[in-house]
Design a protein around this ligand. Sequence first.
Ligand code: NAP
Length: 486
Amino acid sequence: MSMDPAVRAPRFAVIGAGMSGILAAIELRRRGFENFTVYEKAARLGGTWRENTYPGVACDVPSHVYSYSFELKPDWSERFSPGREILGYLETTAAKYGVDCHIRYEIEIERAEFQNGRWQLTGSDGLADEVDFVIAATGFLHHPARPDIAGLAGFDGACFHTAQWDHSVDLTGKRVGIVGTGSTATQIVPAIVDRVGALTLFQRTPQWIMPLPNAVYSDVEKRMYREKPELLKQSYVYWAERFNETFARAVIGDRDELQRIEDICRANLENSVADSKLRAKLTPNYRAACKRIIMSDGFYQAIQRPNVHLAVEGIEAVEAGGVLTDDGRRHALDVLILATGFDGHAFTRPMQVVGAGGRTLDQQWAEGNEAYRSVAVPGFPNFFLLVGPNSPIGNFSIIMISELQLGYVMQLIDAAVKHNVAVAPTFAATQRFNAALRTAMKSTVWASGCRSWYLDKNGNPAMWPWSFEQFEADMRRVDMNDFELK
Ligand code: NAP
C-alpha cells in the first residue's frame, strides 16, 4: 500500500448505510478519519429498517439492547419498538454524529478492484473512487428470495414480497394469501387480520413460537431513563445477559437450556391453541431454535380467528385467481404476499470484488463463503466485512455483534495505517478458523436437522458455533501472526 500517513490521510469507502455502515462511519470520525464516503444504493439510509415496511414490522430483540451501546435511547416507545421508530433512530443518530453528510445516495458500487495497493471502485452513475480501505457493510438479510412456484407470474391480483410491500394495495376486506411462516409472516398475520376479509396462511413448515409480551414504556419510565442514564445502561446489560444466558447457550449445545426453551414454546402452543387439529398442524417436528425461533405474542390468537385458514398442503401452483394446493383445492385470492425470506448468503454480491492477483471473491467463495473470524478474507487486503459470514446471528442484537467486529477491524486498520501496509489474513489462518468452525458446528442446534436460511448451499449453518464470551474474546485482540502485512 503506497500510503504515507505523513503525506496524506487514508481514504475509506463504507459500502451500505444501514446499521453497520452508519456505525463504521461514526467510528471512523471518532478516530479522526474524516476522509471517507458511505455509498448507499438507495435514496435513504437505514438498511433493513428502510426496506421492511410491512404491517407489524418490529424488532423482536428488545429496543434497549437493539441500540448502539454509545447511543442508548431513553424514549423507545415499546419494549419491542416498531420498524419506523428504529429507522428514525438510525437517521437521528447518523445526523447527531455528523455522518449523514458523508453518505452518497443512489450510488451502487458495482466493482471494487485491488490494484497497486489501493481499491478502485466503480459504480452506478459513472462513479469512480480510489480508496485505501473498504468496509463492506452490505448486510445479509437483504436480497428477497422469490419462491420458485409454477404460475406465480400469472397471478391476476397484487403480488409482492414482504420487503417490497406495496402500500398502494388496500387490504381492507380482501382475500389475502401469505406464503411462509417465518418471523416476518408471524408479525404480519396479527397486524392485518382485523382488516382483511379472509386470510389464508400457506405453511410449509410449522414454527416454534416463544411468547413475547410487549410493553409500552410510560412517560414516567421514559423520563426515568432520560434522567438516570445508568438505568438505561443497566437495561442494556440486563437484556444482553438474558439473551446470552438463554438462546446463545441453547443454540450451541446447552441441552438443558434448549429443552427449557422448547418446553416454553410447547406450553405456549398448548395454552394458546384450543383446537387439537389446528394444534397438530402447528406442531413442529424438529428441535426448537433449529430455525430462527419466532417471538410472538399475537400469532396464535390471530391464526384462530374465524376469517383465517391455515393451509398446510403443499402449493402446487399459482393461478390467475389464487393458489392451487396439492390436495386439489383452489384458494381464491385477491392479494398474494410472499413472506418467503431472503438469500442470507449473498453478502457483498452482486458487487464484483477483485482481490490481489485478480482473483474475485466469487471465485474464492465458489464452494462457500469463508472469512477469517467473519471480518476479513485472505487475498483481499484492507477489505473488511461487518456482519459477514458466520456472524453470530441467532437471536442476539446484531448491533452488538457489529460493534465488536468493528472494534476488531479498527485494530487492523490502525496496524495498516501505522506500518503503511495493506493487511489481510493468511490462507492458513483462515482455513484453520473455518475447519474449527465446521467441527464446532456439528454440536449446534442449527445442524440438528431442519431447513432454514441459516444453512448455506452446502447445508452448513452460516453461524457462529461458539459462545458469546468467546466471540467477545476473539474480537478483543488481533493476533497479528494470522495476518500478512504488505
Ligand atoms: P424466513 O424465516 O426465511 O421464512 C421464509 C418462509 O417462507 C418459511 O416459512 C419458508 O418455509 C417459506 N417458504 C419459502 N419458500 C417457500 C415456497 N416455495 N413454498 C412455500 N413456503 C416457502 O423469512 P422471514 O420470515 O422473512 O425471516 C427472515 C429472517 O429475518 C428471520 O429469521 C430473522 O432473522 C429476520 N427477521 C427478524 C425480525 C425481528 O423481529 N428481529 C423480523 C422479521 C425477520 P420453510 O420453513 O418450509 O422453509
